[in-house]
Write a protein that binds this ligand. Structure first.
Ligand code: S3P
Length: 432
């Protein structure tokens, strides 16, 4: 069990780069693996989640070279060139890995099994197996629609027109990837638009796709042509620093080349409503994605009612928003986020309990929380093995009266290897 102690420190100053985007890194490996030709990926996230995805494809016969950290050269096997894996494919902690792989493997001419760690083994998979099976896939799950997923070869898939009942880019992407192998058209329509990386990357790999926010449409039977992908820095990793630098007096921090796809930056809008001083400088495009340097100056925050329409665009940022709300003046109300209960942990419960242990008044509701701003005392909190909760509590420690012990932090390596070193270099005081 890896525990951290995060102590009061700061201010945060300087210029830092956070690692590559997790969502884009998963997709880059997957599409390059079934493309024709050799793709170069730079800025690849060297996290456990994305490495597990790369391993899945080497297990299926794809040659992937790693000439340097954060670089991959993928020798694509083509749409029908994957080989049957000898063993179960271990997705580790990665929901994105498992759900997108389920879509891609649904149309293969071999059987496969997807497994994961304890946290992933508790997460709902029916949201992907349901629509994939409706496309003709034969995927069986364990009780309650949980992993492992046994994917049987089929005689063919057919297209579907589908509206996911929960806002989920993973569900949308799994269906689109299965759509490669389907006869006819596959259309996904969303009530609330979610991140569109699969759609954008398909265009880069030359697969015809039409998409607008909330709708994507493709047909099967085309080819993916290898391409080069530059992965921008992950907004979700930048988020811990955006909040920390906003909250610690005297801070002035620049985060370089962060991906600012509008489907990811809901937290920026929420923090600005709370009074944050964050500006986007040097906006540009990297590998077809909008990026900018984010410059944060300290500014006192005030509580808000988080607008429900921002939820899908900040779905991964609620743990750190809880910390921002706990340090803001007044009350913050969060609703419409029941989905947080089935992330890497029950993030509403884990954050509420942790903040309460640090002296903050938090009322948990079935689909959110009501948080009264205050001052963190010292204490001990449990991240429940959830990377984003662990890093959020590290920010709380930075602002506390005395040290905060954070339990079970090893999974930070799934999304943010080097977090402790980078954070300490910017002004945190984390002992790991
Ligand atoms: C992701 C989609 C989101 C997000 C996850 C990454 C993706 O999950 O929480 O961290 O890469 O598509 P849902 O699709 O379950 O909302």
């Amino acid at each position: 069990m890896t525990d951290w102690i995060s102590s009061p420190a700061g201010p945060l100053r300087g210029e830092i780069s956070v690692p590559g985007d997790k969502s884009i890194s998963h997709r880059a490996i997957m599409l390059a693996a079934v493309a024709e030709g050799t793709s170069h990926i730079s800025g690849f996230l060297e996290g456990e989640d994305t490495r597990a995805t790369a391993r899945a494809f080497t297990d299926m016969g794809v040659r992937i070279e790693a000439p340097r950290a954060s670089e991959r050269i993928v020798h694509g096997a083509g749409l029908h060139g994957l080989q049957a894996p000898i063993q179960s494919i271990d997705c580790g902690n990665a929901g994105t890995g498992m759900r997108l792989l389920a879509g891609l493997l649904a149309g293969q001419s071999f059987d496969s099994t997807l497994i994961g760690d304890d946290s992933l083994s508790r997460r709902p998979m029916f949201r992907v197996t349901g629509p994939l099976n409706a496309m003709g896939a034969r995927i069986e799950s364990a009780e309650g629609g949980r992993p492992p997923l046994h994917i049987r070869r089929t005689s063919g898939l057919w297209g579907i027109r589908y509206t996911p009942p929960v806002a989920s880019a993973q569900v949308k992407s799994a269906i689109l990837l299965a759509g490669f192998y389907a006869e006819g058209e596959t259309i996904v329509e969303e009530v609330y638009p979610t991140r569109d990386y699969t759609e954008r990357m398909l265009t880069a790999f030359g697969w015809p796709i039409e998409f607008t926010p909330g709708r994507a449409r493709l047909s099967g039977g085309h080819r993916l042509r290898a391409t080069d992908i530059d992965v921008p820095a992950d907004f979700s990793s930048a988020a811990f620093f955006l909040v920390a630098a906003s909250l610690v007096p005297g801070s002035e921090l620049t985060l370089q080349a962060v991906g600012i796809n509008p489907r990811r930056t809901g937290l920026l809008s929420a923090l600005r409503l709370m009074g944050a001083d964050i500006c986007e400088s040097n906006p540009r495009s990297l590998g077809g994605e909008p990026v900018a340097d984010l410059v944060v100056h300290h500014a006192p925050l005030r509580g808000i009612d988080v607008p429900i329409e921002l939820v899908p665009d900040m779905i991964d940022e609620f743990p750190i928003l809880f910390v921002a709300a706990a340090s803001a003046r007044g009350t913050t109300r969060i609703r419409g986020v029941a989905e947080l209960r089935v992330k890497e942990s029950d993030r509403i419960a884990v954050m509420a309990k942790g903040l309460q242990a640090l002296g903050i008044a938090v009322e948990e509701t079935p689909d959110g929380a009501i948080i009264e701003g205050g001052k963190f005392t010292s204490g001990e909190v449990d991240s429940a093995g959830d990377h984003r909760c662990a890093m959020s509590f590290a920010v709380a420690g930075l602002l506390a009266r005395a040290e905060v012990r954070i339990r079970d932090c090893a999974n930070v390596a799934t999304s943010f290897p080097g977090f402790v070193e980078l954070a300490n270099g910017a002004g945190f005081a984390i002992a790991a």
